[in-house]
Ligand binder design. Structure first.
Ligand code: GRF
Length: 189
């Protein structure tokens, strides 16, 4: 039996961190135990901090405003992740643009609330809701130097029907909470 260690990086409410902790932490899939060995946030007041603590994991706060450049911030992320010998890093609502300092050294996946390559960037939910498309969806992809641009690993779409924005958003989050843990299991076990 092998143990695979993951790091989860988050900036906000951490509902995706919570779904990873609940569904994967210290659980075994096809002989591989997945352990959330590290959580990192760039926001000292991020809602996700309480979820991490509830599982006995004290999050490492790396506040990007303490650094003079994106590269210096990324260096600290890389150092922290490498020190824990992490097998896979997971960006779960981590709202920072990463430089090659990070992307060239860390194997990472990102969750994005649209059907990439459509609607890259921070307003994906609103833009895909307002578009003429009949479906919305969620993507998981490898992190590369291009923002929201690395190789796709998983996608799931749903019919928009006559949804209001709040319903659309709730559906996105429901799918995110399923697809991200599933993808981590697929990659590691
Ligand atoms: C998710 O919708 C994710 O796709 C986006 O940020 C949100 C994070 O939500 N990039 P949470 O912090 O996991 O609740």
């Amino acid at each position: 039996m092998s143990v695979k260690k993951i790091a989860v990086l988050f900036s906000g409410s951490g509902s995706n961190l919570l779904s990873i902790l609940e569904k994967l932490h210290n659980k075994t899939f096809n002989g591989t135990t997945i352990q959330v060995a590290l959580t990192i946030t760039n926001k000292k007041n991020a809602g996700g901090i309480k979820h991490s603590r509830a599982f006995g994991i004290e999050p490492v706060v790396i506040d990007h405003t303490d650094f003079t450049s994106r590269e210096e911030f990324d260096k600290e992320l890389v150092k922290t992740i490498k020190a824990k010998e992490i097998d896979l890093s997971v960006l779960a609502g981590f709202m920072r643009i990463l430089t090659p300092v990070f992307t060239s050294q860390i194997k990472a996946i990102n969750l994005h609330p649209s059907l990439l390559p459509l609607f890259k960037g921070a307003n994906a939910i609103k833009e895909s809701f307002q578009s003429d498309m009949l479906v919305g969806g969620v993507s998981v992809h490898f992190v590369s130097q291009e923002l929201d641009g690395g190789k796709l690993i998983a996608q799931r779409a749903f019919d928009k029907d006559d949804m209001r924005l709040e319903e659309f958003e709730a559906k996105i989050h429901q799918i995110e909470h399923e697809i991200l843990p599933e993808t981590i299991v697929k990659l590691l076990s």
